[in-house]
Design a binder for this molecule. Structure first.
Ligand code: AMP
Length: 213
């Protein structure tokens, strides 16, 4: 299977598609958002700084994130990996090229801005990694507020609110969207419309992971 990089606006389903790839094809899932949320809950001064940046919707510094991802990528033992949330700008994309060979495909999960906002405001997450949405019928949990898979209570991310969303979406447009062109020129970009059923999207993701278009 090919290594995968997901590029997407907030709440487009990077985490959900990553989890499906992990469950079915044994990928290593590297989510910089999850790694940072873990670091931010450590209670250290650095953790507190990271949390306040994340809660505002801004990007954490390239140095912090590149070091974090470098440490993870260099301890993978040849397992295929998913980068979920990295790179977020051109500087990070170039830093990645210094860490690993260009042996990956880039998937752009395309979602309109208003739909991304709706998904952010309704998103519910579980500690097991599953994600639901209280505002989208097909993505609601079977029982309100409880994970279908592990029965734990669902929670909301601290940055899933309107104010942080505006900053996150702006950051996506200004910093991350230029990567679409960058990877398109390298002929490794695959655009997938995510305004569809999760399983239909996954079929397209798997085609890319298998290196078929
Ligand atoms: P995500 O879970 O991917 O939505 O990321 C949540 C937040 O973590 C972002 O809004 C940023 O504050 C931070 N973050 C995640 N990945 C990166 C990255 N590659 N560079 C900088 N900040 C990041």
């Amino acid at each position: 299977m090919r290594n995968i990089i997901f590029i997407a606006p907030p709440a487009a389903g990077k985490g959900t598609q990553s989890k499906l790839l992990v469950d079915k094809y044994n990928y290593e899932h590297l989510s910089t958002g999850d790694l940072l949320r873990e670091a931010s809950s450590s209670g250290t001064e650095m953790g507190k700084d990271i949390k306040s940046i994340m809660d505002s919707g801004k990007l954490v510094s390239d140095d912090i994130i590149v070091n974090l991802i470098k440490e993870k990528l260099t301890s993978l033992d040849g397992k295929p990996f998913i980068l979920d949330g990295f790179p977020r700008n051109l500087n990070q994309a170039k830093a990645l090229e210094k860490i690993i060979d260009n042996n990956y495909e880039v998937i752009y999960l395309d979602l309109a801005e208003e739909e991304a906002l709706k998904r952010v405001l309704g998103r519910l997450t579980c500690a097991c990694g599953k994600s639901y949405n209280s505002m989208i019928e097909a993505l609601k949990p079977k029982t309100d507020g409880v994970c279908d898979s592990c029965s734990r209570p669902l929670g909301k991310r601290d940055d899933d609110n309107h104010d942080a969303y505006v900053v996150r979406y702006r950051s996506f447009v200004d910093n991350t969207k230029p990567l679409i062109d960058y990877y398109d020129k390298k002929k490794i970009l695959h655009k997938i419309d995510v305004n569809r059923d999760v399983n239909e999207i996954f079929t397209d993701v798997v085609k890319v992971a298998n290196n078929h278009d």
